[in-house]
Design a protein around this ligand. Structure first.
Ligand code: HEC
Ligand code: HEC
Length: 304
């Protein structure tokens, strides 16, 4: 339960804590016994505003007892709760246990809500307003920081509202993505393509695939170089969802478009990661999120 690497430190810290408390008690006892010097006028010698003198009287009893009570409380607290080095305290209380109990209580409270969802398919969940209200909140708390609160993504973070999928848009693909995360990895390809000029040519060929503005002479020269890319993006450039290679013909760009962006992509490659969520979310939460994400691009227009 403790992070002490060696028992010595536990004993050392416990000793210091107890010494501090006993020190307070001794100080209290000592100052309470100190006799007032009767030979003088019983003041401390401090005078303010000409005639306001500070008397040297003993501390009031009630005040002393308050002090004693705090010390007794402190010792009692240390007996029952963790605080003395490694000693766990008589009650066995830990922050982790308290957290887990609260989580269990919370989960038990919402279990009936999710129980109703268990019998619904993804399609039905996506059309169920209470489920989607929960889905939206889960998305805001767990996904929006990367994909945006409108789920439209940004550079490097895919838009989840369109029909363009890196890893597949069927409910089972989305569920798999949320559970285990995804890594999109393109190695640096410049060496396989050839010279810097070849890289510019193939970049223009890629732009031509989606009808984006490009240099058509360079594009025709780059076509033959695209074989280096075909293993992942396909001979037709339409991509491969099994390895997360994007479709290069749809004019949707995860990492920006234009000759410069694509040249950089070929020269440097890219590793892009969606972190796994299975350990952060419960199974019913992932089901609802799957339906929410699926619904973003599949919900009938009428529902919007
Ligand atoms: C830390 C940032 C981050 C968080 C948090 C995150 N994602 Fe992602 N997500 C990504 C990235 C980056 C990708 C793209 C991976 C790639 O390039 O292959 C991605 C991909 C996806 C995809 C696949 C898209 C496709 O086109 O196939 C889905 C679905 C998805 N995320 C859903 C979610 C959901 C639901 C959550 C919340 C539970 C979430 N993501 C949280 C960064 C994140
Ligand atoms: C080993 C497989 C692989 C090869 C070979 C490969 N790519 Fe990629 N490429 C990927 C993956 C995976 C991604 C997505 C990276 C991500 O998830 O961010 C990608 C992304 C891209 C993108 C970004 C697309 C966007 O939407 O922004 C471009 C452009 C691209 N590749 C062009 C090429 C070209 C040109 C070649 C050949 C010279 C090539 N790729 C070779 C796997 C590959």
């Amino acid at each position: 339960m403790s992070d002490f690497t060696h028992n010595f430190w536990s004993i050392y810290v416990a000793g210091m804590t107890l010494a501090g408390i006993i020190g307070c008690l001794l100080l209290l006892w000592f100052t309470a016994r100190k006799k007032v010097d009767a030979t003088t006028d019983n003041t401390t010698g401090h005078v303010w505003d000409e005639d306001l003198t500070e008397m040297n009287n003993p501390m009031p009893r009630w005040w002393m007892w308050l002090f004693v009570i705090t010390i007794v409380f402190g010792l009692g607290y240390l007996a029952f709760y963790p605080g003395l080095g490694n000693f766990a305290g008589k009650l066995g209380w830990t922050e982790v246990k308290e957290y887990q109990e609260e989580m269990q209580k919370g989960e038990a409270e919402i279990a009936p809500v999710y129980a109703r969802f268990a019998s619904l398919t993804t399609e039905q969940l996506a059309g169920d307003p209470p489920a989607m209200a929960i889905g939206e909140r889960l998305f805001m708390n767990n996904c929006a920081q990367c994909h945006g609160s409108d789920a439209r993504g940004s550079k490097g973070f895919p838009n989840l509202t369109d029909k363009d999928w890196l890893h597949g848009g069927l409910p089972e693909n989305i569920s798999e993505t949320i559970h285990n995360g995804r890594i999109g990895m393109m190695p640096p390809m410049a060496a396989a393509v050839g010279t810097a000029d070849d890289v510019r040519n193939v970049a223009n060929y890629v732009l031509s695939l989606s009808g984006s503005p490009h240099d058509s002479v360079r594009a025709s020269l780059g076509k033959s170089k695209f074989v280096a890319c075909a293993a992942c993006h396909g001979m037709d450039g339409k991509g491969n969802q099994v390895i997360g290679a994007p479709n290069l013909t749809d004019d949707i760009w995860l990492h920006g478009w234009g000759e410069a962006a694509i040249t950089a992509m070929v020269n440097n490659g890219k590793t892009n990661e969606m972190p796994a969520q299975a350990s952060k979310l419960t199974e019913p939460q992932i089901r609802v999120l799957t339906a929410y994400v699926w619904g973003l691009s599949n919900r009938p227009k009428a529902a919007q």
